[in-house]
Design a protein around this ligand. Structure first.
Ligand code: ATP
Ligand code: MG
Length: 769
């Protein structure tokens, strides 16, 4: 079978006659000229270029250098270097056929030709097939002749060309029987062709180094060997360049990683030199060094841990606490470890420009890591505190829920619920949702609150609202709760106002904002059973008092008659002791009458039968009258009154107000057994809406533990032994004052004295219920 190449019609292969020709070697002269470049010179040039190859790390310069060297050494007119694309790890990305290889460097062609070659797929067929497919060099003396020999067959198929290449690669066919499949139109005219494969360490084709010359027989067997040697060197140099680039990239990655570590990382040598540090470490070190004890801190955080781990050759962890520039405490966890550097030093990129004697200090460097644990610890602490608070809160809730009395905590002027217990649900007969205001809750569930005597309690007088709106602490306030279904529940309400700083919202505390709202703890005690017993008692007291009234009136009348008639000389004269006895009887019955009157008032109050005769009265005149009368009952005490106004008109039942004032004055006298001055002041309140009466004594005072209950019925303090009284006076006072839309309260210190205050709305500002 004849061998040869096919001339494709579209290529610029020069026109030849279609005769079958043999490829001839160049003439003797050319052979001789080539020999001029002696073996020695070639070897010299080759070793020089190999040094250059080994030291060139830039891949494109390297490729160009290889191509240039190849042309220089062989006298080729053209050189092309095609490469198989590989990934970062050097793994081939395309098959070795050559058509997917890219043009890495080219010499001897025009710019346009180069551009063209870079755009097209480079064929791996025909003469190139043995190189790319089988890694075998191809040297052809005159490709043009080869083409003209095979003019009987204008084209060969790729399969035929590959088959020929296979046979050639196995040494079963001379080179001139290879099949050409044509060349692209822009291809320069090539007669002499020499191509060698670039084989990697696994003998895999990595590329091809292809030389050409327009004249025939320009490449000798020596050229072929030379080019093969160059290709082998180029393969190693390319691999090196790839490794170098991969390593550089890895080094850059490592460096970026190193710099992005949130902890400070420092490499210190045995002599305390900082070999390398990341940005965080550098910043922190500079900050710390600016502190007054910066050097000492650096010693603790860096040099000491480094020295310790280097001497012991083992890791160490310590914690250092530093007070930073803004006077905040910061905790640093210091991890130090000796660093086996022999490996690292091989990779010099990691250490940057560290000018170090690697061998000498290979085991004398320590890596110190600074971890700022402040936030983590703060978080941990906060979590613990939160867990503690939560545990305490649930314990408190448990205790509260077990209580038989209703307890709830409200905040703000509208008394929004913060927390409540189970019993509060029973008391109100409905569930009060946290965050809901009291009036909204009452409205939603149609709950109404009444006073003891059945009148509606105005909202502003609700114990809860008084506590959160005025900061008042209200004790034993009697309220009657009526549920939507009509059932009623009498309760005693204690509302304890909490000043804003006692109960603060954590988020506000953290942000430093003052909590402006008042809070209150409110306790409702169901007094149904008590009321029942009280009712029976009141009934009994009412009946007893009523029954006592007639015999007492008789007794009192008789004693008076005896005294008056004896004084007038009617009847026999009485001995002194008889007269004294009659006067004692008279006083005792007077006292008994007062007591029964009080008892009757109590039962009237409870039965809702206490009628007030309201009229406009001048408090100043009333006070003057009562003070004058009371002063007559004592010589030991001086009642000193001051009046802030000429008259203060209130709408009131004057008899009842006299009763109130008399009891308060009598108490001041009675509970100041040593005598002394009792100061009375009557004036307008600061808001000009009320008249305010204060009665101040310097007596025995009321013990703190009984102050809360002192307005209760029959309530007497422990320190009144030897002083007579029933404990009804203040109870009636409060009931009466409140019926006048007023308020009564006191301040007292045991053994120092007591001041009672009564405030009543002035006539212009009366809100009648
Ligand atoms: P009475 O029913 O006769 O008035 P009483 O004076 O004991 O008897 P209250 O007027 O209700 O009853 O007073 C109740 C208690 O309050 C007194 O027993 C006393 O312990 C205490 N108290 C009232 N006023 C004073 C005062 N000015 N100083 C000290 N303790 C007082
Ligand atoms: Mg009294």
């Amino acid at each position: 079978m004849p061998t040869g190449i096919t001339i494709q019609s579209q290529c610029t292969w020069p026109e030849r006659d279609n005769t079958y020709v043999h490829v001839e070697k160049g003439d003797v002269m050319e052979q001789f000229q080539k020999k001029v470049l002696s073996e020695v010179e070639r070897f010299d040039a080759l070793s020089r270029v190999s040094v250059a190859l080994m030291s060139e790390k830039n891949e494109s310069r390297l490729l160009h250098l290889i191509a240039q060297t190849a042309t220089d050494l062989t006298g080729a007119a053209y050189a092309a270097f095609t490469l198989r694309p590989v990934n970062e790890q050097g793994v081939a990305l395309v098959p070795s056929e050559g058509n997917l290889f890219y043009l890495a460097a080219v010499i001897g062609v025009s710019k346009e030709q180069e551009e063209f070659f870079r755009k097209i797929h480079l064929g791996g067929e025909g003469l190139l097939a043995p190189i790319f497919r089988y890694g075998v060099p191809v040297r052809v003396g005159d490709a043009m002749k080869m083409a003209s020999v095979h003019t009987d067959r204008p084209t060969y198929s790729h399969e035929e060309a590959r088959e020929a290449a296979l046979r050639f690669a196995h040494g079963n066919m001379p080179v001139d029987e290879l099949r050409q499949v044509g060349v692209p139109s822009m291809h320069p005219v090539i007669c002499s062709f020499l191509g060698v494969p670039l084989l990697d360490s696994n003998n895999e084709v990595r590329g091809g180094l292809l030389l050409g010359h327009p004249e025939p027989d320009r490449f000798s067997a020596d050229d072929e060997r030379l080019l093969q040697g160059l290709a082998a060197q180029a393969a190693v140099a390319l691999e090196n360049a790839r490794l170098y680039q991969a390593m550089q990239m890895r080094a850059r990655e490592m460096d970026a990683l190193f710099q992005s570590i949130a902890d400070g990382v420092i490499l210190v040598d045995q002599r305390g030199n900082i070999i390398r540090e990341n940005e965080r470490a550098r910043d922190l070190r500079q900050q710390l060094l600016q502190l007054p004890d910066g050097k000492q801190i650096m010693e603790q955080m860096l040099y000491q841990p480094a020295a310790t781990v280097l001497s012991r050759q083992m890791k160490e962890e310590t914690t250092v606490t530093v007070i930073d520039g803004s006077h905040e405490q910061r905790d640093y966890v210091i991890n130090a470890a000796p660093l086996p550097l022999s490996e690292l030093y091989k990779n010099s990129a990691l250490l940057g420009d560290a000018s170090h004697d690697a061998e000498q200090d290979a085991h004398s460097e320590a890596v110190v890591v600074w971890h700022d644990a402040t936030e983590a610890q703060r978080l941990l602490h906060e979590r613990q505190v939160h867990a503690d608070t939560e545990a305490r809160r649930s314990l408190l809730q448990m205790i509260l829920d077990e209580l038989p009395t209703s307890v709830y905590l409200v905040r703000g002027k509208d008394a929004r619920l913060v927390m409540s217990n189970h019993a509060s649900r029973t008391v109100f007969g409905a569930e009060w949702k946290p965050g809901q205001s009291m009036l909204e809750f009452l409205g939603e569930h149609q709950i109404r609150i009444f006073m003891n005597d059945g009148r509606i309690l105005p909202n502003e007088q609700l114990a809860t609202l008084r506590a959160v709106q005025k900061g008042e602490t209200v004790y034993q306030h009697q309220e009657v709760i009526r549920h939507a279904d009509g059932t009623t529940l009498p309760v005693l309400v204690n509302a304890i106002a909490l000043p804003p700083n006692k109960f603060r919202v954590p988020s506000l505390v953290a942000s430093g904002i003052e909590e402006p709202e008042l809070s209150a703890i409110v306790v409702h005690q169901d007094v149904t059973a008590l009321k029942e017993a009280e009712y029976l008692k009141d009934e009994f007291i009412g009946i007893a008092a009523h029954e006592l009234r007639t015999p007492l009136a008789v007794l009192h009348g008789c004693a008076q008659t005896l005294i008056v008639q004896t004084a007038r000389g009617n009847g026999s004269t009485l001995a002194d002791w008889q007269m004294e006895s009659i006067q004692d009887i008279d006083q005792a019955t007077r006292r008994l009458v007062e007591l029964t009157e009080d008892l009757l008032d109590v039962s009237r109050l409870h039965a809702g039968h206490l009628e007030l005769q309201m009229e406009a009265i001048d408090m100043v005149a009333l006070a003057r009258r009562v003070i004058k009368r009371t002063q007559l009952t004592t010589e030991q005490h001086q009642l000193k009154a001051t009046y802030g106004a000429e008259y203060l008109v209130v709408n009131a039942d004057s008899r009842r107000l006299e009763q109130v004032l008399t009891n308060v004055l009598n108490n001041a006298i009675k509970y100041s057994p040593a005598g002394g001055v009792i100061e009375i002041a009557l004036a307008k309140s600061p808001d000009q809406q009320h008249c305010l009466l204060a009665v101040k004594d310097s007596g025995i005072g009321i013990p703190v533990q009984q102050q809360a209950r002192i307005f209760g019925r029959f309530m007497r303090a422990d320190n009144v032994r030897g002083i007579s009284g029933t404990g009804l006076g203040l109870y009636l006072c409060r009931e009466l004052v409140e019926r006048h839309n007023g308020r009564i309260w006191f301040e007292s210190i045991e053994n120092v004295g007591t001041t009672f205050y009564i405030s009543l709305p002035l006539v212009d500002d009366i809100h009648m219920a």
